[in-house]
Design a binder for this molecule. Structure first.
Ligand SMILES: [Zn+2]
Length: 399
């Protein structure tokens, strides 16, 4: 059943260039409808909330809700497993638990969160934010996609009422468990079955702007130039080397570049690049940021250019719930799965959920650590093992 779900969901939004399934678009609506069908087939109660999160509910005899799930949207040119596995894995888990054990004490729900990746609208974690009451009232009438479509109009087009967003907030959640592919290669390299995520690193984003002097590419001798791009490139090189020397799990990426005026015959007067720096230990991350700033200042002085650094994002690391991690560890052992504790490399809905609800994540191996690419793959055996560990944990929590 799980393999069929993965394939059928993976066909919605699939192109020769990978997955394109963005919040409220046609493929997303097809996925919502398919999930509601599967939820109904599994004997669960289906529901779509005001922001488009899809729920399958197995009502319990007592209070409180134990929630599992992940996001249903993809990055551009994405894979079939990121997010999707946690949705269909949760659905398969609830279906199996209902068939085997009937009515739980605590209500169990699986959720397909409408948005995690910010692929279409600058509305990161829209689904989780909806559930936690963290969507600003003006967002639907303010945010637009690249084609200029207003978020509110896209919601209406998907059958949702943008004025009702606040009603998506939940106060009955007692726990959240998210099954997800690792998206890195730790588990695959070590031959470990599942990863129990202890912490999701806070991301620091900075924009480095370097101002030199715009000059003629033919008439300006090399020794008289103040080339903004060459200085910026040197900064990026030295920043990367410093983080390489720090070693795992520190990572830095300088992925977005602007060069002005960006002409072959002009010495660049301005270069701007992004810095994405992550480490699960906030102290180490901040020390590395200091190193970044020192490198930029030193290189700028050497090249006779000016540098300005702006902090765009500064997230705290999210710690997963210790009791839930114990439940997951016990469940892994009951399933005969080898496990290790680990930090997450990527960001996840769980990092936000953890701010309000006891939360934990379980990872399964990504072949060669590939993710956010059509090459993303997790073996059927690993998918099933992850869903089994999840189902065992949900059984402990809800019965
Ligand atoms: Zn994901």
């Amino acid at each position: 059943m799980l393999g069929t779900y993965v394939e059928e969901l993976g066909a919605l939004g699939e192109t020769p260039d990978g997955m394109y399934r963005f919040m409220y678009d046609e493929a997303w609506q097809q996925a919502r409808d398919a999930l509601l069908r599967w939820i109904d087939d599994a004997g669960l109660e289906g529901r779509v909330d005001a922001v488009g999160n899809v729920f399958g509910r197995l009502p319990g005899s007592g209070d409180g809700v134990v929630l599992t799930g992940s996001h249903v949207d993809t990055v551009p040119s994405g894979g079939k497993y990121d997010g999707a596995l946690g949705v269909v894995g949760g659905l398969a888990a609830l279906a199996a638990l209902r068939a085997q054990h009937g009515t739980p004490v605590r209500t169990l729900e699986v959720v397909a969160l409408c948005e995690e990746e910010s692929s279409r609208f600058p509305a990161n974690f829209f689904g989780t934010r909806g559930m936690l009451g963290l969507i600003a009232p003006d967002e639907p009438d303010r945010l637009r996609d690249r084609e200029g479509v207003l978020l509110a109009d896209a919601m209406r087009q998907a059958g949702l009422d943008p004025a009702a967003v606040a009603s998506a907030e939940r106060h009955d959640l007692r726990a959240f468990l998210e099954l997800h592919i690792e998206q890195g290669r730790v588990l695959a390299d070590e031959g470990v079955d599942v990863g129990l995520v202890e912490v999701i690193p806070g991301i620091a984003w900075e924009t480095v702007t370097v101002r030199g002097r715009q000059d003629h590419a033919g008439a300006t001798p090399m020794d008289l130039r103040r080339d903004a791009l060459q200085a910026a490139a040197q900064m990026a090189r030295e920043i990367t080397t410093a983080v390489e020397q720090e070693g795992r799990p520190a990572v830095v990426t300088t992925g977005r570049w602007t060069v002005e005026p960006g002409q072959p015959s002009i010495v660049p007067g301005l270069a701007r690049f992004s810095v994405d720096l992550r480490h699960p230990d906030l102290g180490v991350r901040d020390r590395l940021l200091d190193t970044v700033h020192r490198i930029c200042a030193t290189v700028a002085e050497r090249h006779g250019v000016e540098v300005e650094i702006v902090r765009d994002k500064d997230e705290e690391p999210a710690t997963m719930d210790a009791d839930l991690l114990d439940v997951l560890r016990g469940s892994a052992e009951e399933c005969g799965a080898s496990w290790r504790r680990m930090p997450s490399g990527a960001g996840h809905d769980s990092q936000l959920m953890a701010s309000r609800v006891p939360t934990a994540m379980v990872f399964v191996p990504s072949v060669e650590g590939r993710s956010h690419t059509p090459a993303e793959y997790t073996s059927p055996a690993d998918c099933v093992r992850g869903a089994s560990v999840l189902a065992t944990a949900l059984h402990h929590l809800a019965w």
